[in-house]
Design a protein around this ligand. Sequence first.
Ligand code: ADP
Length: 190
Amino acid sequence: MKLILFGPPGSGKGTQASLLAKKNQIPHLSTGDILRFKLQQDDNFAQKLSKIISGGNLVPDTIINPIVADKLLSNDCKNGFILDGYPRNKDQSNFLIDFLEKNKLDIDLIIDFIADTNTVKKRILERSKIENRSDDNLEVIKTRLDKYFAETQPVAAMFKAKFKEKFFEINATQEITKIQYDIENRLKNA
Ligand code: ADP
């Protein structure tokens, strides 16, 4: 099963991705998690990444595209994957579509998590009390949301047009279990 998830920060796509990954025994590829993992190495590259991420900006495509390509070709992904946080802009989207075609990988479902700005802001601030992410404060949240609406939402719209039958919009303001239920139902017909 191959899935792509879209949705603003705080829309709960990470939560659903990890539930789906467990249930279907496929890897959850969160580019945010992958990048945060790289921050643990204390080298120049990590410092450069850390600056970009804590400012709420996007890491350059030249860094993230090959990371995703490597993962998708790895043995872990031979039974499928859940892409969470990628593609996030036009370049990444072109790269991914081309990559999927070249490698004959067919996406089963694209899920777009729809949530209003107030809900996601509230959720991110709640999360910030538990997790210690440098980008979970009001000012940076605003940058991340602006980036999402300016760069990522148009990509989701493009996927919606290109993969009409495989595109599923979920009301992400619902409870976690209801979202899970709706997604599972949709997957039965994927
Ligand atoms: P969220 O979507 O909740 O803001 P993520 O964990 O998905 O959080 O991403 C955190 C940060 O990691 C982003 O703000 C960005 O700096 C970086 N990042 C994640 N995915 C990408 C990507 N596909 N392209 C560029 N940067 C990315």
